[in-house]
Ligand binder design. Structure first.
Ligand SMILES: Nc1ncnc2c1ncn2[C@@H]1O[C@H](COP(=O)(O)OP(=O)(O)OP(=O)(O)O)[C@@H](O)[C@H]1O
Length: 653
């Protein structure tokens, strides 16, 4: 039963809303019940991961070794027969990308404050022998104290021979990729990271990318040339540092050691970047151990011995979260007893990190007793709207299949009607990422490196499945009320998610980046090429709508939501919500996107020619000054930005 997949995690966490999703995962906010602390839970489906499962292992292993105040902390890992849950430090401030979007570009002072944190995290990683290989503003989250936390270690590499070892796998996001990497040469992970940091710094200071082009070939040429615009507002020190970072010859590129003390980095602060971790893991905290031992009714020594196993189980999570409370000056108190008794998870594989002993003992008993699911599972699609599904093209294992270059073409057939091959109910459930009727081989984290050798897997070895859209004939189907309710449901809502986790690739190899070439070129008038994000905001600002009173929206009797100003809300003057919504709905299909409407929320999805959802975001018309809340759920941030700009430019025209 699907329910069982969540039992283990539900013992200690109350799951809340989805806060993001990537190629691999859906990320939910959750509350850790024993401490009351908020966490993020990254949920991955093993079948959907397929051959990318080793990347998850890479990420978990790296996060277990990396303990730094600017690296997102891993608290717990739960592996069930079909799911992997990573419980992570929650970053409430969103992505650095969105932060820049809101501000057009950052001041030099603010850029420096953020960049120092990035330098600190990356230097720490490099000293521990790790290269991140996917540094970009989407992978830097902001916590509630405005500190950056680096995430997404699925592509990181820890060369056996240390940083001097050459790497060969071409991965990461193309706009941030170093010239030696896109040239297909061997490269050094740390040098490639420094190039990406140059791109990042440029984006912070300017609000657009140094190398950008709709055409991937052209983008590569620009990167290899190392030539970029230097706007007037850049100080001479900034220009020097950018030049040192964006050196085409990796051997002439600045090193992290030089960076720590760089004149731009230390300007106005006077001190070099402190890269040593502020976290202490070699000695356990006495107060936390005492609190936990009292609750577990064991001696402090026993408690210490359990914690020192660093199993990344519920005990590790409780330890880290109590420690977090302590460091932020709050009482080190558990609000409920730490329950060691497992729920009846019936894993086909051993958990990666949880104590296996108790699981094996109790699983047998509970598997027998546990018959009634505790929660109701809803399917939000009614029969009439259930989408016909089909299996997407399945690249043959072993055969390296690249995403077709055709994505470069601006050919509508790429977005043509989704394949209509119907899928049986059985198959429907079979491919549901949160479903329990999936069959076939399910790998575990333990057996995903059969030869004990970590490889960057060829992500194209998936058996892709896709969900065709009910929008084929009708571009505007409202969500049902059930779905609306389900948005607020906690456990029961997993089955009713509108967008089951799709097995999108994690490794955005350079060829993969052709996703970015999907979009119509902007006409000169629409092209605000020099700006990375601002046009989106401006486009919204310029929307003028005619006032029409009192129109009601399906499923939104109460009208648009009132939302406070936030980093992802754009205010628009002089408009009426209903008309703004109509206009958005008119424009979105012209961008070859599907959408679903739920009240004043329009969820937009774009698929590639395999039918895979490559971009997924929400636009919500809000009340007040009339604003649009935007939320990227999935897909490349720059593609998202371009699509949104395109929509708004059309609304504006
Ligand atoms: N710890 C966190 N706190 C808050 N939000 C988070 C956290 N981790 C991830 N997210 C959100 O979820 C999104 C997806 O997470 P992540 O990048 O780890 O998933 P992924 O499947 O590995 O993504 P990708 O395909 O980009 O590699 C992030 O971009 C971010 O918006």
């Amino acid at each position: 039963m699907v329910v069982e997949e969540y039992n283990e995690i539900a013992r200690h966490y109350r799951i809340k809303e989805t806060v993001g999703s990537g190629g691999f995962a859906k990320v939910k906010r959750a509350v850790h019940l024993p401490t009351g602390e908020t966490v993020a839970i990254k949920i991955m489906d093993k079948v959907a991961l397929g051959a990318d499962l080793p990347r998850v292992k890479t990420e978990i292993e790296a996060m277990k070794n990396l303990h730094h105040h600017h690296i997102c902390r891993l608290y717990q890992v739960v592996e069930t027969s079909r799911k992997i849950f990573m419980v992570l430090e929650y970053c409430s401030g969103g992505e650095l990308f969105d932060y820049i979007v809101q501000r057009d570009r950052l001041s030099e002072i603010e850029s420096r404050a953020f960049f120092r944190q990035i330098v600190s995290a990356v230097t720490y990683m490099h000293y521990l022998g790790y290269a991140h290989r996917d540094l970009k503003p989407e992978n830097l989250l902001i916590d509630d104290e405005q500190n950056l936390k680096l995430i997404d270690f699925g592509l990181c590499a820890k060369p056996k021979g240390g940083m001097s070892d050459q790497l060969y796998t071409c991965c990461g996001s193309p706009a941030y990729a170093a010239p030696e990497l896109i040239a297909g040469k061997s490269y050094m992970g740390n040098e490639a990271d420094l190039w990406s940091m140059g791109v990042l710094l440029y984006a912070l200071l300017n609000g657009f990318l140094p190398f950008d082009d709709d055409n991937i070939g052209m983008l590569y040429r620009k990167i290899k040339s190392g030539k970029y615009d230097t706007p007037d507002w850049l100080s001479s020190e900034s220009l020097i540092l950018l030049k040192q970072l964006l050196q085409v010859d990796p051997k002439r590129r600045i090193t992290v050691d030089e960076l720590l003390n760089h004149v731009w980095i230390t300007k106005e602060m006077g001190v070099p970047v402190e890269w040593n971790s502020k976290y202490q893991t070699s000695v356990l905290d006495d107060d936390v151990v005492t609190e936990m031992s009292v609750h577990r009714k064991v001696s402090r020594e026993t408690m210490k011995a359990e914690l020192e196993k660093w199993n990344y189980d519920y005990l590790t999570a409780a330890y880290f979260l109590l420690l977090k409370k302590k460091t932020s000056g709050r009482p080190v108190r558990l609000q409920m007893t730490l329950d060691s008794e497992p729920h009846p998870v019936v894993p086909t594989t051993r958990l990666l990190s949880c104590s296996v002993v108790y699981k094996e003992t109790f699983n047998t008993i509970h598997a027998t007793l546990y018959t009634l699911p505790k929660i109701i599972i809803r399917m939000y699609f009614s029969e009439s709207t259930k989408k016909p599904l089909r299996k997407a093209r399945t690249p043959r294992p072993g055969k390296k299949t690249r995403q077709p270059l055709a994505r470069n073409h601006r050919d509508n057939s790429l977005y043509g009607p989704p394949p209509s091959e119907p899928m049986s109910r059985k198959n429907y459930y079979r491919r549901d990422s949160d479903g329990d009727t999936l069959d076939g081989d399910v790998w575990s984290l333990e057996n995903c490196f059969p030869h004990g050798k970590q490889q960057c897997p060829e992500s194209d070895k998936h058996s892709w499945t896709k969900e065709t859209t009910p929008l084929k004939n009708s571009p505007c189907l409202p969500f049902t009320d059930d779905y609306r309710k389900s948005l607020n449901m906690e456990m029961a809502n997993y089955e009713s998610q509108s967008n089951p986790l799709s097995p999108e690739r994690k490794c955005k190899s350079v060829d993969d980046s052709l996703h970015t070439a999907h979009f119509e070129p902007m006409t000169p008038s629409k092209q605000k090429k020099s700006r990375m994000f601002g046009s989106f905001e401006r486009g919204l600002d310029k929307m003028k709508m005619i006032l029409t009173p009192g129109r009601k929206r399906l499923g939104s009797d109460s009208g648009p939501r009132k939302i406070k100003a936030s980093y992802n809300v754009s205010n628009i003057n002089r408009c009426e919500a209903a008309l703004l919504l109509d206009e958005l709905k008119r424009i979105i299909p012209t961008k070859h996107m599907e959408f679903k409407e739920n009240g004043y929320v329009v969820r937009c999805q774009m698929r590639d020619d395999f039918g895979k959802v490559v971009l997924d975001f929400e636009l919500e018309v809000c009340h007040g000054l009339c604003g649009v809340r935007r939320k990227r759920l999935k897909g490349d941030a720059f593609v998202y930005k371009r699509v949104c700009e395109g929509i708004l430019a059309d609304v504006d025209s």
